[in-house]
Design a protein around this ligand. Structure first.
Ligand code: SAM
Length: 286
């Protein structure tokens, strides 16, 4: 590989050369520590020669390493200043850069094209923090296979994804994500590793999709609605939240009793398996 882009010196040189200062509005915090990008890239690419889709390459700190470990990298960037920089600064014929808002991308269509070519796909990125959750949910909702998603995010958000019951971070997002995926923490990352340095720490998580679907796929949306409803007001009991959602006090208490969940429990005390049982009882009563 040529010189790593992920150093303070090289990042400043590139920014000066192309007059490309970072923009806060696009969540631009570049990684300036080669050891960190190397570790993310290795985890992100895996060992099976999968193609990698990168979200938000910026000036290429991570992209350069992804191109070392993956046979093909497709990078989606929203800022029109960066694709020409990537083309000039990264000398790799594995790389294709697409100037596009990733939130506007038809992920299923993209994945379908890879599937037709018998290629496995993995996602990677140091995500713009202001849209971490919408990006991940877009990927979780994809109907085509994805091997793994390895992304950097604000530590606080990562803690919510991995939270266990009875912790203050545990919420509907934790339950829904843990229903869909197995989550592995690759590492915590100090804020000094970025330029400019954000006010908060970061973590890299890897999500892989579970093969078992305890709830029929066509009912999953309804299940997620129920989980969200149970957490609507954290201080209220699950019974209170549920009766408001169902608009029926008696039905709410009946299904809780049948599912073996105390009426005075709070959603944040329940395991994923409790939510699944609650949903199944509710469907049986339909
Ligand atoms: N990957 C680079 C790195 O690690 O140094 C840059 C990471 S920076 C935190 C996030 C990048 O995502 C920026 O380049 C930003 O312009 C880009 N970005 C922000 N919103 C985006 C969107 N909706 N779609 C695609 N890229 C986006």
């Amino acid at each position: 590989m040529e010189q790593p882009i992920a150093t303070k010196k090289r990042t400043r040189e590139i920014q000066e050369k192309y007059q490309a200062q970072t923009k806060k509005s696009f969540g631009q915090n570049f990684i300036v520590e080669p050891g960190v990008v190397d570790k993310i890239a290795k985890a992100a690419c895996g060992n099976e020669g999968a193609s990698v889709i990168e979200i938000g390459p910026g000036i290429g700190a991570l992209t350069q390493y992804l191109c070392e470990y993956a046979p093909e990298v497709v990078a989606y960037e929203i800022d029109p200043r960066f694709p020409p920089i990537l083309e000039k600064e990264i000398d790799s014929d594995h790389l294709k850069v697409i100037l596009q808002d990733f939130l506007e991308t038809d992920v299923d269509k993209v994945l379908e094209d890879f599937e037709k070519q018998n290629k496995k796909v993995r996602f990677a990125g140091n995500l713009p923090y202001y849209i971490t959750t919408p990006i991940l949910f877009k990927l979780f909702e994809a109907t085509h296979p994805v091997d793994a998603i390895t992304v950097m995010m604000q530590k606080e958000v990562a803690d919510r994804f991995t939270a266990r019951p009875s912790s203050k971070e545990y919420n509907a997002l934790s339950v829904i994500t843990q229903y869909r995926t197995d989550i592995k923490k690759i590492m915590d990352v100090n804020r000094n590793v970025f330029w400019p340095s954000p006010n908060v720490g970061s973590s890299v998580l890897q999500f892989t999709f579970k093969n078992d679907h305890p709830i029929p796929v066509e009912q999953e949306k309804e299940f997620f609605e129920l989980v969200k409803a149970c957490f609507t007001q954290r201080r209220k009991t699950i019974y209170n939240n549920l009766q408001e959602y169902m608009k029926d006090k008696e039905a709410a208490s009946a299904i809780l009793e049948k599912a073996g969940i105390p009426l005075n429990a709070r959603a944040q005390q329940l395991e994923l398996s409790d939510f699944i049982r609650l949903f199944e009882v509710m469907k049986d009563e339909d």
